[in-house]
Structures are given as C-alpha cells and as structure tokens.
Write a protein that binds this ligand. Sequence first.
Ligand code: IPE
Ligand code: IPE
Ligand code: MG
Length: 249
Amino acid sequence: MADTIQTQNSVDQIEFPPLDPPPYHVGIIMDGNGRWAKQNNKSRFEGHKAGTENLRRILRSSVEFGVKMLTIYAFSTENWKRPPFEIMGLMKILENVIDKELDELNRNGVQLRHIGELERLRPVIRDKVLYAIDYTKNNDKLVLNVAFNYGGRDEIVHAVKKVIAEKIPPNEVTEEVLSRHMYTADCPDPDLIIRTSGEFRTSNFLIWQAAYAEYYITPTYWPDFDKGEYYKALQVFNQRDRRYGGRNE
Ligand code: IPE
Ligand code: IPE
Ligand code: MG
C-alpha cells in the first residue's frame, strides 16, 4: 500500500513532454473502486473515497496536459440498483466534494457542469450542484462535466421529449437538432473515452456523443489510475488514425 502511494506521488511530480495535440474532450468511466477496495482490504465506501481522491490528481493532470474538457461518469441511472447504503455513500461523496473542494476547483479555473437527471436527487444535493455550476460558470481553464444520475438512453429519451414539446416538425429533426437537445448541448463530442478496470463496455455512457470517440481500456482500477497511465492513454490516442468513415490516403 505504502509503495503504491509513493509511486503515485513520484509520478505526480514528473513533467511529461507536451502532447501534440492533446485531445480536447476526454470522457472517463471511473470504474473499479469496489475491486480496488477488496484488493486492499477496505470497504467499498473507502474505495469510492480513494476514487474521488484520484480524481483530484487526474484533474490536475488534465490541466497540465492541455485537455480542455473532461466528462466523468460518477453515478449511472443503473447504479440505483445498488444497495441503499452504497447509494447513500455515493451521494454523500458528491455533497462533500461540493462542500469542501468547490473553492479550490474555482481557484484552479475549473468550470463545473452537470449532465444527467437532477430531479431524482435530494433537494439539498440538487441545490448544491446548481450553486456550484453557477459559482464556477465563468472559469475557462477546464470544463468538468459531472455525469451523475446519468444514462445515455435516458438522455436520448429526454432529448426526444424536448423536441416534441417544442413542436419541431419531423422533417426538421436532424442529428444536429437532437445533439442540441442532449445534456451536452454545447459540448463538442468526446475525442477519447477511457475506461478503467478492464471492462469492454460503454455501460450507457455518452452513447450518442461517442459515435466516433476513440476508446482506451486499461485493467488498472480507477483509484490507481495515475498521471503516468493517463499520459500513456493520451499518447495512445495520438497514434490512432481517426477516419470517421472516410479514407486517409
Ligand atoms: C465505480 O466503481 C464507481 C461507481 C460505479 C459509482 P464500482 O463501484 O463500479 O467498482 P467495481 O466495478 O465494483 O470494482
Ligand atoms: C459504470 O460502472 C458507471 C460508473 C463508473 C459510474 P458500473 O460498475 O456501474 O458498470 P457495469 O455495471 O460494470 O457495467
Ligand atoms: Mg463497476
């Protein structure tokens, strides 16, 4: 354990060469907190706390590497299937992050946003999220989209309902129009989606937006996914040949 922390700290100090170019928008499926906890003889709650701690490192590294937008999957619409005790813990962590980290996030130029359905959250948490969004709205160093109570299919249904409510005629419904009705309305599509802990699935994350995203999957559990691993993911991304269905001669 001590070794792991030491390694992570020393990697944090390393200055990596600039990426040419860094991806603009990175999505992260922060998976593996539970397995990390088990491996380290800790409770799942401690696993989620360690995952949150790691997020600070990845946020710092994102700014350093030149990533401008980060979308993190923190709680999915399917995560309500978990035991109430675990759900409560995850809600508490979100609340604590806003209570304790908001000023530092703000000082570091992070603009917080939320994607997903806020309605189902307790009013006190909902209000804190809305406050944090408003408080950081003028920051421009890094946009952090927090996907909390987010599901890609839910988002598409939500967008279609909005389009219908606005009485947009069917012949005017284009991909562009649907995109503008997603939670991510003013965000460019993600360039790279990272998934930690080795699962090869989207788990309902940005399924509309990631049509042409590059995927990077690592077996490393989220709390151990450090700056060095992150840099490697971005380097691998830089070697990908993105064709978007066309041809690169
Ligand atoms: C990811 O860690 C965090 C959330 C889904 C909230 P998990 O809790 O899914 O960890 P594993 O997949 O069980 O290891
Ligand atoms: C995806 O992880 C959701 C988050 C990281 C918030 P899950 O652990 O919920 O995904 P599955 O169940 O393995 O597909
Ligand atoms: Mg999981």
